[in-house]
Design a protein around this ligand. Structure first.
Ligand code: ADP
Ligand code: MG
Length: 226
């Protein structure tokens, strides 16, 4: 369970201070499938980065599974991130010189997992995302949708409880985007909490709940009725 209470985020200080989140109250239960929408600059990525322990709030409390993470130092935040969070981004962020399998294995290098287990887990996940025949391909040899599948496999490699996807279909055509949403829906059905940021209504409509940000505040939070 993700619980944010009066979360604020300000970049800079003094006369240059820019308030980006201005008091976010939000609960997201285990296994939810949520879309965050809102205009450019409304604070969506900042909120995702705080939920994913890539950034720290300026004020307010964030607890994950009842654990207040405010007191966590950098090393503990990295630990929380590795244990709980899988990140997916619009730009994929694959390592260009590594093939699909090695890209998926990368997070495991830091975790000290044996070569054999790294390989088994990466190949299993690439099969799961439909890329069994592409494990040896470099990112430059893959389509956009295939690259995003590799990125999703990589996000899954530490068996996270939460998948955070910041505009995962933003760089894809609508058909490929819909396929990526099918994959995220399947992961949600298997029990993962999935939170995506999107500008597209059709993409948001694939989720169960839509949260709208404007100028650093939640202005709408509604169930998707299908
Ligand atoms: P969104 O994802 O909704 O487009 P962001 O969370 O990326 O919005 O950004 C919200 C606001 O915070 C923007 O005005 C942006 O310029 C500002 N911002 C984001 N990151 C930083 C940063 N590291 N330093 C200063 N300002 C930032
Ligand atoms: Mg953004």
């Amino acid at each position: 369970m993700i619980r944010l209470s009066q979360i604020t985020k300000t970049y800079g200080s003094g006369s240059l201070a820019v308030p980006v989140l201005r008091g976010i109250d939000l609960e997201i239960g285990d296994g939810e499938f949520v879309a965050i929408m809102g205009p450019s600059g409304s604070g969506k990525s900042t909120l995702m980065n705080i939920i994913g322990f890539l950034d720290k709030q300026t004020g307010g409390t964030y607890s994950l599974n009842g654990e207040d993470v405010k007191q966590a130092n950098e090393k503990q935040l990295a630990g929380l991130r590795n244990r709980h969070i899988g990140f997916v981004f619009q730009q994929f962020f694959l390592l260009p010189r590594l093939n699909a399998q090695k890209n998926v294995e990368t997070p495991l290098l830091y975790a000290g997992v044996s070569k054999k287990e790294r390989s088994e887990r990466a190949l299993g996940l690439l099969e799961k995302v439909g890329l069994k025949e592409r494990t040896g391909h470099l990112p430059s040899e893959l389509s956009g949708g295939q690259k995003q599948r590799v990125a999703i496999a990589r996000a899954l490699v530490n068996q996270p409880t939460v998948i955070l996807a910041d505009e995962p279909t933003g760089a894809l055509d609508s058909k490929t985007g819909a396929q990526i949403m099918e994959l995220l829906t399947e992961l949600n059905r298997e029990g993962k909490t999935v939170i995506i940021v999107t500008h597209e209504e059709e993409i948001a409509a694939c989720t169960d709940r839509i949260i709208v940000l404007r100028d650093g505040l939640i202005v709408d939070d509604r169930k998707v009725t299908s």
